[in-house]
Design a protein around this ligand. Structure first.
Ligand SMILES: NC(=O)c1ccc[n+]([C@@H]2O[C@H](COP(=O)([O-])OP(=O)(O)OC[C@H]3O[C@@H](n4cnc5c(N)ncnc54)[C@H](O)[C@@H]3O)[C@@H](O)[C@H]2O)c1
Length: 323
């Protein structure tokens, strides 16, 4: 199949990630069918998309006319056959339960066009296992987004064991077409790349916090003004090139032997979770939240975050060619 032959997209699952992924395709000009198991969930998803589009409008990234057009490109369905039978690209964004994904995808394969690509947004399952129930895995691919998916540019496009090169390339091109910043993963590794990098950073952050070296607040200040500040412009590999590979080799040889290499859940997290402190939603995590973070408070916090992200998206990713 050629990129021009992709005429309609289906997103299966309208939760935290699904509605934003659907919004991204609709903003990229595609008619999108958003599918879920219940009408009430789809109504909530559409209202989240409307709210998000209002933020895009406020940021000057879409016009009022385009907002209306985006909403018109979106349709919803609770009928799987109707949702997938006319789409050339279908992405599942349903809960991270292997059996559930496999059984839904098997049904999808039987109902969708023979040439359609079937993608998965799985974070922690192996893409090849998610698609193990497919008769033709050459049309399967991982397409891993970051929350909020309608804003975060990167999508990890993942080659499962059965994925054909043509499917990988076409998915990559589709992501570019809707102004995402896709990266190709040539092997299907658990956790993919970005979550593995992030977990490596967090393991050391939790260790230093637990050892009393630094407060949680100062870890955040330190990262935002150094690693985060630089990473918004240049990635870690370019940074090493600029600093000198010899200097970084020396740094690795000195630090790696003394850094945390634990493979258990970090103590800092276990202690807080055991006490019921699960973060903003419970009123306490590494910080205390004085305000009432019932749903309204959370919505406001998400809007504040998204405004800042949109500002960065506009300045760094949409005003210049993608890095
Ligand atoms: N939340 C994140 O930050 C994040 C980031 C990247 C990837 N992911 C991955 O995306 C997927 C979805 O995660 P989420 O956070 O959006 O979950 P979620 O629970 O918010 O949403 C899942 C949606 O799927 C629907 N659903 C359940 N069974 C279904 C079925 N049989 N058919 C169709 N829809 C069904 C649910 O009703 C729900 O609306 C998971 O694989 C997850 O690992 C999540």
């Amino acid at each position: 199949m050629k990129l021009e032959e992709i005429k309609q997209i289906t997103v299966l699952g309208s939760g935290v990630m699904g509605h934003g992924i659907a919004q991204g395709f609709a903003m990229g000009g595609y008619p999108v069918v958003l599918y879920d198991i219940d009408d009430a969930l789809l109504r909530v998803a559409l209202s989240h998309i409307r709210e998000s589009l209002a933020l895009f409008r406020e940021a000057g990234l879409v016009s009022p006319e385009e907002t209306t057009a985006v909403m018109e490109r979106l349709s919803v369905s609770t009928d799987l056959k109707q949702a997938v039978e006319n789409s050339e690209f279908i992405i599942e964004v349903i809960p991270e339960i292997l059996d559930l994904k496999q059984s839904v995808l098997k049904e999808v394969e039987a109902l969708c066009p023979g040439n359609a690509i079937i993608a998965s947004n799985t974070s922690h399952l192996r893409v090849s296992e998610v698609f193990a129930s497919l008769e033709d895995p050459s049309r399967s691919v991982g397409a891993h987004y970051f929350n909020p998916p309608q804003i975060c540019p990167t999508v990890e496009v993942v080659k499962g064991e059965g994925t054909s090169d043509a499917t990988l390339s076409l998915t990559y091109d589709l992501m570019k077409k809707i102004k995402k910043v896709p990266v190709r993963l040539h092997k299907d590794v658990v956790g993919l790349v970005v979550n593995r990098l992030q977990t490596a950073l967090l393991r050391e952050a939790f260790y230093l916090y637990e050892e009393g070296v630094i407060s949680a607040e100062d870890i955040d200040h330190a990262v935002r003004g150094s690693l985060g500040f630089r990473a918004a412009s240049i990635g870690p590999m370019a940074m090493v090139d600029m600093g000198g590979l010899d200097a970084w080799l020396d740094c690795c040889e000195k630090l790696l032997p003394i850094m945390d290499a634990g493979t258990d859940g970090p103590k800092a997290l276990k202690t807080l979770v055991a006490d019921g402190h699960t973060g903003i939603k419970s009123g306490k995590g590494f910080y205390e939240y004085a305000v009432d973070f019932s749903q309204d408070g959370l919505d406001e916090a998400v809007k504040k975050r998204d405004r800042e992200f949109l500002d960065r998206l506009k300045r760094r990713f949409l005003s210049t060619p993608a890095p």
